[in-house]
Design a protein around this ligand. Structure first.
Ligand SMILES: Cc1cc2nc3c(=O)[nH]c(=O)nc-3n(C[C@H](O)[C@H](O)[C@H](O)COP(=O)(O)OP(=O)(O)OC[C@H]3O[C@@H](n4cnc5c(N)ncnc54)[C@H](O)[C@@H]3O)c2cc1C
Length: 346
């Protein structure tokens, strides 16, 4: 019997499995897909920020640690590196004169032109967040799983968990088509599927499955230097010559989605000198788990045999959440940073 079965090898489950295994907990990680990071993590824009953006509910209490946990993972996991490009955003907030947070700076046209030299018409003003970065979310997920295995974790792909396994009142593992996977504790990191898997438990998990679309583009290397977020698009270079571009979600047939991707490509081409060399490689829609009031992280039943970790901005939060979840499970001491993330158990 595994001490802990983790269900779902997206970036959150991979991080939980890694941090548990590295603390010598016997872990089994079950994933229905053919490999790590094949859920919404594969479609992420993967902007990692400790400063800007939305931090709903308990996410605010995790914010301070995000960049430090990323630095730690870069040291612990070979080949994992953030692209520390900083971000530039303009025209998104209604009140451009609003007070800026720590690590955010208002910059003018000449600074913007220096940061994004290929931009045809730099705006008069933008918010620059030099600490912001991007990451290869799928690559990081794979690295976390590989490191968990190196610490002794068992990983099973093609294993869709169908339900919790009850032994009397207590959850004693999970069931999949390949049989029973017994565990002292089950950690559910199955993204949008967490609420369904928790069906029999007395817990409220208000989690929406929210669609968001992404295009992959080839471009001249260095065309886009920072993470650019403006009313026309969000774009960043993921590696030299490869960009990702967020798209408006279109609820319609493939032809309409293709048109939305082509329109976004046109906006990018128009914005950057050299943009005419950009080509669309592909596009897709990911279903993001978005809890109504911020991250849901904690026990989902009274006997503490089931633990859930489901959140938006999971790429930003996964390193910190994995560390804190492992700490709670190993020490049985509640992590102060997670106190506002608890699901309501009745
Ligand atoms: C277009 C787009 C842009 C985004 N931009 C950002 C961003 O800039 N920054 C950021 O931080 N976040 C961003 N996000 C959100 C981020 O991608 C997600 O919050 C994060 O990937 C969630 O990770 P997860 O591990 O919880 O979910 P997932 O990656 O979906 O992992 C869950 C895993 O569980 C598996 N699973 C589900 N059910 C079962 C089952 N019954 N049995 C076994 N396995 C199961 C799935 O196959 C999946 O692999 C973006 C998302 C999208 C779509």
């Amino acid at each position: 019997m595994s001490a802990v079965v983790v269900v779902g090898a997206g970036i959150v489950g991979a991080s939980v499995a890694y941090h548990l295994a590295s603390r010598r907990v016997q872990v089994t990680l079950l994933e229905r897909g053919p490999g790590p990071g094949t859920g919404v993590t594969a479609d992420s824009f993967a902007w990692v920020g400790g400063s800007g953006g939305d931090w709903p509910g308990g996410a605010e209490d995790l914010r301070e640690d995000v960049l430090a946990d990323y630095r730690r993972l870069e040291a612990e996991l070979p080949g994992v590196t953030l692209r520390r490009t900083g971000s530039l955003n303009w025209g998104l907030q209604p009140d451009q004169g609003a007070r800026l947070g720590p690590g955010q700076f208002r910059v003018g046209r000449s600074d913007i032109a220096a940061l994004e030299p290929n931009l045809r018409n730099p705006p008069d003003q933008a918010v620059h967040i030099p600490g912001d970065a991007g990451v290869d979310a799928t690559g990081l997920t794979a690295a976390l799983v590989a490191a968990a295995e190196a610490h002794g974790a068992t990983v099973r792909y093609g294993t869709a968990v169908t339900s919790l396994h009850m032994s009397g009142e207590r959850v004693a593992g999970v069931l999949s088509a390949t049989g029973l996977h017994p565990a002292a504790t089950v950690v559910l990191t199955a993204g949008t599927n967490v609420p369904a898997l928790c069906g029999p438990l007395p817990v409220d998990l208000p989690v929406a499955a929210s669609p968001a679309a992404l295009a992959r583009i080839t471009a001249p290397p260095g065309l886009v230097r920072t993470i650019v977020a403006c009313p026309e698009f969000e774009a960043r270079e993921v590696r030299d010559g490869d960009l990702v571009l967020t798209l408006p979600h279109v609820d319609g047939p493939p032809a309409l989605r293709e048109r939305a991707a082509q329109d976004a490509l046109r906006r990018l081409r128009a914005a950057f000198r050299g943009g005419d060399q950009c080509r669309l490689v592909g596009h897709g829609t990911g279903w993001r788990p978005v809890p109504a009031h911020g991250p849901l992280i904690g026990y989902a039943n009274h006997d503490r045999s089931v633990y859930v970790a489901v959140m938006h901005s999971g790429v930003t939060l996964a390193p910190t959440v994995g560390r804190l979840v492992a700490d709670e499970l190993v020490t049985a001491r509640p992590a102060r940073e997670l106190l506002r993330c608890r699901p309501r158990v009745h």
